[in-house]
Ligand binder design. Structure first.
Ligand SMILES: Cc1ncc(COP(=O)(O)O)c(C=O)c1O
Length: 438
């Protein structure tokens, strides 16, 4: 139902507003792996919203939990007061995190959770008297949300430029190397040098000035870039050797996307903190969280005078009761339906085979996949400087499939409930879009 007279008032985020408003794409209903437009068209949601609706749309259990919580306890201050559901949710969450990440700091989004993790890293270094350790290392092509800390460590130029002086950071090289690794299935073989580059940055800045390294185990918004085999383990070794914290931003890789609860579990590499959001509530209510190693938490606690606030940071809506209720109901679904592991089973193999089947298209220069995440990269079309991703996204939508576009890359991260025939539908739409566009 349309209760507005124009599209003018809503300034849309990360959207070409003028062209969208000239040709709007309005979703009016969602169910399972599908969205339905205001014109009644059924669209396969091959991106799980924005990498977040991992259990699929329209989950009644979550909606009911939200309604019940809002009627029972809608809101109370999280500053110096508590509510049961916040403690219950934190305890349930850490059943899924690797030991020793047993403390949860709540925020309201991935961006805020990233900021919280960076501030925890700095607070930890200063709590143990290492006041000079304040620099942060991110990575090229990384996306860590849109707040100032996140864009400082982030590596996507359009998101950084034009926002003035950022934090004191440096960046690792990204690990996309199509020449050596094109069409790798799962993790590519080459480029451990990308991890060794951390040693060079440490030599340059000196470990005594570096607080933390933050990376996405698999880069999402930068174009679905996989870590080469052994890369994450090597980063862990280097960070440990130089007394530098390692933060995994698992806003998209968390909650079953790669076939385990977290990339940390999947790749058997334990960072000092994990940043989470999106799938933590199935995307239905905003919530972010940082999972923090006990020792970091305890150091910050012990450094503060007894009875005083130990960490001057938090949000009005940290551990919002309704968000916690959504999160608990989401965990029930993940656990009961085995969704956190589903991507590592037959459906993950089907996904890999289906996407790699697109290799025969001459315009395709790479296919990347892991778990239920994937991307196809196209050659830059001749005779134009405009990348093809945007046009592919629009064409696929016309053909009934929602995908993400980043330059010449199209990316997919469907609900973890997706079935083989729906994967076939995605691949068929990509083929049809290529046939129409080239
Ligand atoms: C890896 C990563 N970190 C942080 C964020 C920011 O999350 P939010 O948009 O909830 O602030 C995103 C969002 O896509 C992300 O992919």
């Amino acid at each position: 139902m349309k209760n507005y007279s124009s599209l003018d008032a809503f300034w849309m985020p990360f959207t070409p507003n003028r062209s969208f408003k000239a040709n709007p794409r309005i979703v009016s209903r969602t169910e399972g792996v599908y969205c339905y437009t205001d014109k009644g068209q059924q669209i396969l949601d091959a991106t799980a919203g924005l990498w977040c609706v991992n259990a699929g749309h329209g989950r009644k259990e979550i909606a009911e939990a939200i309604g019940k919580q809002a009627l029972e306890l809608d809101y109370t201050s999280p500053f110096s007061f508590g509510h049961d559901i916040g403690f219950e949710f934190a305890e349930r969450l850490i059943k899924h995190t690797p030991d020793p990440l047993n403390k949860v700091f709540f925020a309201n989004s991935g961006s805020e959770a990233v900021e919280s993790a960076l501030k925890i890293a700095l607070a930890y270094q200063s709590a143990r008297g290492k006041h000079g350790k304040f620099k942060l290392i991110g990575r090229e092509m990384a996306y860590h949300g849109v707040n100032f800390g996140g864009i400082s460590v982030g590596g996507l130029t359009p998101n950084r430029k034009g926002f003035g002086p950022l934090l004191q950071v440096d960046h690792l090289p990204h690990t996309l190397d199509i020449e050596k690794n094109a069409f790798s299935r799962g993790l590519p073989e080459h480029d451990l040098e990308g991890a060794e580059a951390l040693e060079d940055l440490i030599k340059f800045h000196d470990a005594s000035s570096i607080a933390a390294v933050i990376i996405e185990p698999v880069s999402g918004a930068g174009g679905v870039i996989m870590p080469p085999q052994g890369y994450l383990k090597r980063l862990r070794e280097i960070c440990t050797a130089h007394d530098i914290l390692l933060i995994f931003d698992e806003v998209i890789t968390g909650w079953g996307r790669l076939g385990s609860a977290f990339a940390a579990t999947e790749f058997d590499v334990v960072p000092d903190m994990i940043v989470s959001a999106k799938g933590i509530t199935n995307g239905i209510v905003p919530l972010g969280a940082v999972f923090v190693a006990d020792a970091i938490h305890d150091t910050i606690m012990d450094a503060a005078p007894e009875g005083g606030v130990e960490f001057y940071h938090g949000y009005t809506y940290s551990a919002n009761p309704v968000a916690c209720a959504a999160g608990l109901a989401t965990l029930d679904i993940y656990e009961q339906e085995g969704l956190l592991e589903r991507a590592s089973g037959e459906i993950g193999q089907y996904w890999e085979d289906a996407l790699h089947g697109l290799q025969d298209l001459e315009q395709v220069i790479d296919v990347r996949n892991y778990g239920l995440i994937g991307a196809v990269q196209f050659a830059q079309p001749e005779g134009t400087a405009t990348p093809v991703g945007g046009a592919m996204q629009l064409k696929c939508y016309e053909l009934g499939v929602m995908i993400r576009a980043m330059g010449n890359i199209i990316a997919f991260s469907p609900p973890l409930t997706i079935q083989p025939e729906e994967i076939d539908q995605l691949v068929a739409a990509i083929r049809a879009a290529v046939a129409e566009l080239y």
